[in-house]
Design a protein around this ligand. Structure first.
Ligand code: ADP
Ligand code: MG
Length: 237
């Protein structure tokens, strides 16, 4: 496959909710595509639909209309159970509030997604989790319970967890939103180094103009529509 061919394509995505006061339109016709190894930011004011769009790109939620193609397959046509398997094997998630399991160590948190995938022995899972924790600079703290880690450290572990099943894409909703500026920059550097080493695609929702400025591309959302797309780096494949 051509390295520059899109791995994810959104075609005319609409999303709405039925509420007591009627139909609430959130996404109003989003069409865009993501290529392997890109780091793309989605920016826009609160309520513009960033998290809703990430939920659809991550197959956590289905659009009201429109289609999402991942590696050419229309995932909006998959059954819920096939979609869940697809999601577990192809997509990693990172959240603003890290969402680690507080009763588990860093190592156990990173092993967790591997338990629902097939093909690895427990010993191999443990080894892979240790390798990932080393990759994100957290190997020394692998036996710490997550609440004993700082915010930046928890986010490193969360990124390692997102990579557990070698996803095509990592979807990160405000990954630096709870971190101070310096720590946020370190997390962003980590994301770029992982992209360079693993060729993973990252799609980030952010409020932070710095995050956007270093991304390969920035999609500006406004009221559920793409207002502008800014390419920061060209010919980076
Ligand atoms: P952002 O992440 O850009 O702040 P969101 O995607 O979270 O925006 O939300 C966009 C709009 O969709 C908001 O007005 C929000 O209240 C609304 N919304 C999100 N989820 C639901 C839901 N499950 N039911 C009804 N409205 C929702
Ligand atoms: Mg949001």
């Amino acid at each position: 496959m051509n390295a520059a061919a899109p791995i994810i394509q959104a075609h005319g995505i609409f999303k709405g909710y039925e509420t007591e006061t009627g139909h609430l339109r959130i996404l109003k016709g989003i069409s865009t595509a993501f290529r392997t190894g890109e780091v793309v930011s989605i920016m826009g004011p609160s309520g513009s639909g960033k998290s809703t769009l990430l939920g659809i790109l991550g197959t956590l939620d289905l659009p009201t209309a429109g289609h999402l193609f991942i590696q050419g397959q229309d995932v909006t046509r998959l059954s819920e159970s096939r979609l869940a398997g697809y999601r577990a094997s192809k997509i990693g998630f990172v959240f603003q509030s890290y969402n680690l399991i507080s009763t588990m160590t860093a190592l156990e948190n990173v092993m967790l997604p591997m338990l629902s995938a097939e093909g690895k022995t427990r010993r191999q899972m443990r080894q892979r989790a240790m390798d990932l924790l080393e990759l994100v600079g957290m190997k020394e703290r692998m036996h710490h319970l997550s609440p004993r880690l700082s915010g930046g450290q928890q986010q490193r572990v969360a990124i390692a967890r997102a990579l557990a099943n070698e996803p095509l894409v990592v979807i990160a909703d405000e990954p630096t939103g709870n971190l101070d500026r310096k720590t946020g920059e370190v997390i962003l550097e980590l994301i770029f180094s992982l992209r360079d080493r693993l060729r993973t695609t990252f799609i980030l929702a952010t409020h932070d103009p710095y995050v956007a400025s270093v991304s390969d591309r920035v999609i500006h959302l406004s009221d559920g529509k793409i207002e502008q797309v800014v390419e920061n780096r060209v010919n980076r494949t």
